[in-house]
Write a protein that binds this ligand. Structure first.
Ligand code: BG6
Length: 490
């Protein structure tokens, strides 16, 4: 395992400190990094929210939550007694800046520590919280601010947030999180592409026939149904996670891993995305919504049932065909799909290479299949390369595809850290390379806004799909029309 270097002493203020993200992701991530010795003795975690809670109440809530959520024997009583001492609680209303006295007091005298404000709140509060930090003199040279997605719901609202936060913090102090960039296998995409010379000459039109990106979830929208209605899969997943995967996959080799070198290459991909217009939206995009069905052997309700029967045309599934208009990718289709309540939780990138130009095996029973590189993102992270091989035997010359299969878990034999562990450490270290720059977020919104507008103009409907399936039939048609098919539909 890579050496774990402790980060400088910090004060991490979590706005929304009693919320779901703090409890489910941030505090477990900090607990793990602390247990592995990456957090210095004087570092503090200061939760802030509107509720009137004592420090003891807050610590008890965190303890109950960690005990319930940490896997196996990860919760350790000995270590908890160290971790609990880091926890503090202050009451602060995002809009009542003159009542942040408790926060001002707790931070006084700690100006030399790295100071991170993590905004695990609704995006409508981002501007006001940034303003409150500035108004109370809490922004120091060592301050950073972390913004959780969604960063607005379109280009205009994203710009409003970026302007408001940008009035109080410099761009290099702003960390816009996309947790997919913290996933080990997503980072492995960089290693696969740029630490091996094998693939790069083939990573382009001429060698690659098409690429498929699947981010499938078996869960429904659950307790977020009110938030999700009116947002939908395009804004929730494609604008950020899927486009970031496309960027890392398709970008030119950066000159280094420096924060701007990588982000400069990603933005070029976003700017090369061919707009999806009202004329081609129906042919190139599919919107779906789940109905009742069965997932993993359990009966589940439909999206409209979860909305208590309210009507909604929000999509819980989206599939689309995307084109990148540049020299490397011109003419290579990228097919993207993501959805909730699908058959399984399963995310992968499948690269299908072009077939051989001419087969010299006339007797074979099976056709020569094109080579395929499958990058499994979750679960069972790994890489699989399918190649054609001759079936053993003295008879004819029968061919079949076989796999060179690498499972990261088996190879490295360690627990895969959650993406938030990595990303929090990067913020504390002051390395924004794995975070989205303002121009990236805005370029992604610009492209997504174009699709939403096209859907409105072309009045594109959502198509139902049964929970536990792979989405509406139109999603298969999207590839079928091009003589292709989604991989792994069993
Ligand atoms: C979040 C989306 O950003 O990512 C959720 O808002 C989604 O709707 C989640 O469920 C998926 O993340 P992961 O890490 O489970 O693939």
């Amino acid at each position: 395992m890579a050496e774990l270097v402790p980060v400088d002493t910090f004060d991490l203020i979590i706005f929304g400190g009693t919320g779901d993200l703090a409890m489910r992701k941030l505090l477990p991530a900090l607990y793990h990094r602390d247990r592995d010795g990456q957090i210095t003795a004087d570092s503090r975690i200061i939760a802030a929210s509107r509720s009137a809670l004592s420090r003891d109440d807050y610590v008890a809530t965190v303890e109950a939550s960690l005990r319930a959520s940490l896997p196996g024997d990860d919760f350790d009583d000995g270590h908890w007694s160290t971790f609990r001492n880091r926890l503090h609680y202050v009451q602060a209303d995002a809009f009542q800046h003159d009542q942040w006295g408790a926060m001002v007091d707790i931070l006084a005298g700690h100006e030399d520590s790295v100071r991170v404000a993590y905004l695990a709140t609704a995006p409508s509060l981002f501007g006001s919280i940034a303003g409150g930090l500035r108004a109370n003199g809490l922004v120091t040279e060592k301050s950073r601010i972390v913004l959780e997605k969604p960063l607005g719901r379109d280009l205009e609202s994203a710009r409003v947030i970026n302007n408001a936060v940008g009035d109080c913090f410099r761009e290099n102090q702003i960390y816009r999180i996309d947790h997919y960039l913290g996933k080990e296998t997503v980072q492995n995409l960089l290693a696969l592409r740029f630490a091996n010379s094998l693939f790069e000459p083939l990573w382009r039109r001429g060698s690659i026939d098409h690429v498929q990106f699947t981010v499938a979830e078996d869960l429904g929208v659950g307790g977020r149904v009110e938030f999700y209605d009116g947002v939908g899969a395009l804004r929730d997943m494609v604008q950020n996670h899927l486009l970031q995967l496309v960027c890392l996959f398709a970008m030119e080799p950066p000159s280094s891993l420096d924060q701007n070198a990588v982000r400069d290459e990603k933005i070029k991909v976003l700017r090369s995305l061919k707009p999806i217009t009202a004329d081609d939206a129906r042919a190139n995009t599919v919107r779906g919504q789940y109905t009742a069905g069965a997932v993993n052997g359990k009966t589940v309700a439909g999206f409209l049932d979860e909305l208590s029967g309210k009507d909604s045309s929000t999509e819980t599934f989206v599939a689309l065909k995307l084109e990148i208009e540049n020299w490397r990718w011109s003419g290579v289709p990228f097919y993207l799909r993501t959805g909730k309540r699908l058959k399984a939780k399963h995310s992968e990138i499948v690269v299908q290479f072009q077939n051989v130009p001419h087969s010299i095996f006339p007797e074979q029973k099976f056709n020569v299949s094109p080579n395929m590189l499958r990058i499994r993102l979750q679960p069972d992270e790994g890489v699989q390369l399918s190649v054609m091989a001759k079936e053993p035997g003295p008879g004819g010359f029968d061919l079949r595809p076989v796999s060179l299969d690498l499972s990261f878990a088996e190879t490295f034999g360690i627990r895969y850290p959650d993406a938030y562990e990595r990303l929090l450490m990067e913020v504390l270290r002051g390395n924004p390379a794995l975070f989205m720059r303002r121009d990236e977020v805005e370029a992604a919104w610009e492209w997504i806004d174009g699709i939403i507008e096209s859907w409105q103009v072309s009045k594109q409907k959502v198509e139902s799909y049964v929970s536990g399936s792979w989405g509406p039939p139109a999603s298969s048609m999207l590839l079928d029309r091009d003589g292709r098919a989604w991989h792994q539909e069993d």
